[in-house]
Design a protein around this ligand. Sequence first.
Ligand SMILES: [Zn+2]
Length: 571
Amino acid sequence: MRLFLAFLLLLTANLSQAQLLIRNATVIDVETKKLLPAQDVLVQDGRIAAIGKKLAAPQNVQVIDGTGKFLAPGWVDAHVHFFQSGGIYTRPDAIDLRKYKPYEDEIKWTHQNMENFLRRYTSAGITSVIDVGATVNFLKQRDSFRTKGYAPSVYMTGPLLTTWEPQQFKGLKDDEPFYEMKTVEDARAYVQKQLPYKPDFIKIWYIVMGRNTDSAARKYLPLVQTVIDESHKNGLRVAVHATERITAQLAVEAGADFLVHGIEDEPVDAAFVKLLKDKKVVLSPTLVVAGNYMSTFGQEYGTKQHDFKYAHPTPLNSIIDLKGIPDTNFTNRYKTYVQGNRSSASATDSILRSNLKKLIDGGVIIATGTDAGNIGTQHASSYFDELKAMKESGLDMWQLVQASTINGAKAVGKDAEFGSIKKGKRADLVLLNKNPIDDLANWNNIDRVINKGTAVKPDSVMRNSPADLADQQLLAYNAHNLEAFLAPYAEDVEIYTFPNKLDIKGKDQMRKAYQFLNTTPKLYCKLLNRIVQGNIVIDHEEVWGFGNKPFYGVAIYEIEAGKIKRVYFPQ
Ligand SMILES: [Zn+2]
């Protein structure tokens, strides 16, 4: 017993003294916009303990050779929502498919998969995520990840305090993402109601309807003002959804700290830019989210390479499955809407982008944020789409790096805690194989992620369940991407005609046998039903693309050591 206790003490002692020394890396100093060559960075107890040339190595320190590599602060996504999956069933107010999947099931799924999403963020080098609109139940779940090495640091609000609530979300109690304010008393009470769950900040959904935006915005201003005053009184910053110039202006004048979207209704003027700059407001432009709704509803969603790498395949599959929804009259109305609104959407997008350029040129603090979780905007992977859109809007590489690190920290008022490589800050770092200042493609060329002081290889942090693996290959099958399709299979995969006639052995044979993925343009596999039992996944599938009619089949996937090892097709 005594021996065991001594061993335990030793173990905990080692853990609390976890030390890491990164040798000879080029440090990306985001505050001075400088590359500092040949730096050693010592990490102790989850913090950056020292930075300099040729530091003395403490005993038992884990040494990582950074020669030829670049050390950046971990990336920050300043706008995500964990109550949303990124899939087609996640916003019944935008498209109501609750008869195919009840919203309660979607909420349950997002809770069950929060860990999975967090692992994907870490794997992508995103070590802090800011959830700007959650629920009481998600606030409770947030706390369970605080000390987990695989999870980014999560900053989260409670439900959005809103001037308007979509009816689909009413009555969900602690799963409700909105509290609708009718009076200033409501506004104050709803801030108070969140306090026991310790939100990191407070969020307002400043929604105005009707033609006269100006008068509607002014009508709701007392509610907005009350929330801001009550939050500040309790030491909490306030984030505001305000996509019109007037709502944004009124919110900032009322003391808002963080605008979670860009301005999309009119070009902003110099006075507006100066207002945001003087008040040190942080703005997250969220450039890609609207287009993702459009391409989803238009059934023209394109899956990209980084989606296969980082996105959760299940919600992404559901986006492609919109064309498989039986009520095609309903889904075609969305398609028609998209076709009819293409030019107005692109006009809005160009206002949004040119406003971003004016804001950054005028010295406003811009933070990279995706609005991930919304329909079509995938957790973790959409970050790289957002960066590309910001670059296209005219941000230079240093501006992008700052927006994705220190400015994200400023959004939640925690820039003394994280966001740059400084002594005393949390050791959230990405060790990159190539220089991120040269090319956006280098941002996810990651050697290691150091998260809360723990070094992880990006692949090792991911955990795919048997169902995730089945979904991963289904997604790639429908995207006609052969290599992504093969990725979840074991090198020595075996494919049988049920029960025991071996047809294919090994990935090379499989690659040859599935060449039709590249040559069958209408190929589409719809999942009709699924049974998961332990490491076995049984899918009932409807396959289109060969002739005018579908064929039906059953596939039995057997998973071993995180890969699909055997597949059986009953005849
Ligand atoms: Zn949002």
